[in-house]
Design a protein around this ligand. Structure first.
Ligand code: F6R
Length: 242
């Protein structure tokens, strides 16, 4: 694993965007695995800036997002499909048909999860997977549990995740209780994993994930077994690491 320590969120975002742009430049038809949440917003802003300068071309890039709230679709400004359009896709020249996100509006969980696994297979796997990390060590919405869930699945969000995500909703009651998420197998099959973490509230999750035992109780700890992980984190998120 390579670790880049950043002084602040801006530096972290720039470094993460550097790594993603290198991928897009080297392989213009690459598959980017993307995440939502507050962590990648700065990275996306930086990519948009470089795109506007003419330094990046997304016309052949394909994307697969990690997850989506079950029940939400693009008409909801809390949905991840809305987030991705608002924070990235609407500002770059990606083709709509090259964008893939689990369909939160599909009520048939079994069908939706199978469809999404097929999507990941059909794009030929992920070249670089961008990840944030939950305070409980979740990646995507792979929550702590007794086993690593391999494939795309429908998950009951934990109290800690509902609590952490309520900031995006009018009230905690509006936070969906379930989500569709890519499984650990697809994340682990990505050729490269880029995990970004900012702030002190991520310090424990980072420490346990990369310096503790590999256990489904801390889902991100499985990344210790991945051959090509880059961790870009600020001082606060690395504060428990000697
Ligand atoms: C989002 C996702 C989540 C977030 C994590 C951290 O697509 O998969 O795992 O990356 O909850 O969220 P933030 O960045 O808001 O702290």
């Amino acid at each position: 694993m390579r670790i880049y320590r950043a002084n602040n969120y801006q530096e972290l975002s720039r470094k993460a965007a550097n790594i993603i742009s290198a991928q897009v430049i080297i392989k213009p038809n690459c598959v980017l695995g993307l995440a939502t949440g507050s962590s990648p917003i700065g990275t996306y802003k930086q990519l948009i800036e470089w795109y506007n300068k003419g330094d990046l071309d997304f016309s052949e890039v394909k994307t697969v997002n990690l997850d989506e709230y079950r029940g939400l679709g693009k008409e909801s400004d809390q949905s991840y499909v809305y987030f991705m359009h608002h924070n990235l896709f609407d500002h770059i020249n990606i083709k709509p048909e090259n964008i893939n996100i689990p369909d939160g509006k599909n009520p048939d969980a079994v069908a939706e999860c199978a469809r999404y696994d097929k999507v990941i297979e059909d794009v030929g796997g992920i070249d670089i997977q961008l990840l944030g990390i939950g305070r409980n060590g979740h990646i995507g919405f792979n929550e702590p549990g007794s086993a690593f869930e391999k494939n795309t699945h429908c998950v009951d969000l934990t109290e800690s995740t509902i609590e952490a995500n309520k900031r995006f909703f009018a009230s905690i009651d509006e936070v969906p209780r379930q989500a569709y998420t890519m499984g650990i197998r697809s994340i682990m099959h990505a050729k490269q994993v880029l995990l970004i973490a900012s702030g002190e509230d991520k310090a424990e999750a980072i420490y346990k994930s990369f310096w503790g035992p590999v256990t489904p109780e801390v889902p991100a700890s499985v990344l210790q077994l991945h051959p090509n992980v880059v961790l870009v984190a600020d001082d606060a998120a690395l504060s428990l690491v000697k």
